[in-house]
Design a protein around this ligand. Structure first.
Ligand code: C5P
Length: 245
């Protein structure tokens, strides 16, 4: 008997509608330049580098969709990759939901990738796609923690914060993106879960569905603070040097 199920068609939703205030004043974070190219373009190229990805949906700042469309038109992407731009919302969750609504029907697997992670290697993208294709409904790339983590009772204005617990570091992971999902599961999570969350996988957890972790990569870090821009430039310089050999 032959396998009659159609091949998975994979799209990526890239929420890029945040202001990026922690990076300091200036343009929205996704539009800041890294080695002369906007962070968002690096992120789109990182996703399009995977042969599995056939569509990239960029969720732009509500007042910046035209500008983002122009940017994408002006930067080369692989021929096999389509892209479209939709305006985002007030929160990351809303932005992702608006991106999901724009997906064509034949898409069966969805990655969600922060524009703020411009340097994720293609092997990490492929590992997430493969785990979804192998049947996982939700997949997150993650790395072990370097720091010990304390749970505290938060206090404002730099006041000393009482420590409540120290979770076992060996059982903790810092999660990255792209996170990968069976489309139907992610759509249900966004329809049913309204609690404010910082990643998509935790919405799937709240549905009671299984989420698995695959190895992430140190270069998939999120550009959040000014020092992250310095690190990102250094990673790009190292890649250029390595490409020269
Ligand atoms: O603020 P944070 O770094 O957690 O944002 C993660 C991603 O979500 C960023 O790529 C940001 O552009 C995006 N975002 C969004 N819409 C919002 C807020 C954040 O698309 N309203």
């Amino acid at each position: 008997m032959t396998d009659a199920s159609p091949p998975a068609r994979t799209a990526v939703v890239i929420p890029a509608a945040g202001r990026g205030v922690r990076l300091g004043p200036g343009a929205p974070k996704a539009l800041r330049a890294l080695n002369g190219t906007p962070i968002l373009i690096h992120a789109v190229r990182a996703m399009a580098a995977s042969r599995a990805v056939s569509l990239v949906v960029v969720v732009a700042p509500p007042d910046g969709a035209g500008e983002v469309k122009h940017l994408l038109d002006a930067h080369a992407l692989p021929e096999r990759t389509d892209y479209l731009v939709v305006p985002g919302g007030e929160t990351r969750q809303e932005s992702v939901r608006l991106g999901l609504q724009a997906l064509p029907e034949n898409i069966t697997a969805v990655l969600v990738h922060d524009a703020a992670r411009p340097l994720v290697p293609v092997d990490t993208v492929d590992a997430v796609v493969e785990a979804v294709r192998d049947g996982a409904v939700a997949v997150v790339p993650a790395v072990p923690l370097a720091d010990t983590v304390k749970q505290v009772a938060p206090r404002a204005h730099g006041e000393p914060e009482p420590v409540l617990a120290t979770p076992d570091r060996a059982a903790l992971r810092a999660v990255q993106t792209p996170q990968g999902f069976a489309r139907a599961t992610l759509a249900r999570a966004h329809a049913e879960i309204t609690a404010n969350v910082t990643d998509d996988a935790s919405m799937v957890e709240q549905l009671g569905e299984p989420v698995v972790v695959v190895p992430g990569h140190e270069e998939a870090f999120k550009v959040t603070r000014p020092l992250d821009l310095v690190l990102a430039e250094a990673v790009l310089a190292r890649r250029r040097a390595n490409d020269g050999f």
